[in-house]
Write a protein that binds this ligand. Structure first.
Ligand code: ZN
Length: 53
């Protein structure tokens, strides 16, 4: 369970406020609204060519 570094609240991942930015998902604390982190959306289809061997 992620912990907010600003208000030290422990927040369920599903309760985080999410903002999606072109495949990058930013998560914010629902209590103090500070940025808690960011990660790449696994469902995002990258426009970069995939090398195949
Ligand atoms: Zn917080």
């Amino acid at each position: 369970m992620p912990t907010c570094k600003h208000c030290t609240a422990e927040v369920e991942t599903e309760d985080l406020i999410r903002h999606e930015r072109r495949g990058l998902t930013l998560v914010h604390c629902p209590d103090c609204n500070c940025l808690m982190g960011q990660y790449r959306d696994p469902s995002y289809q990258s426009p970069e060519p995939v090398e195949s061997e």
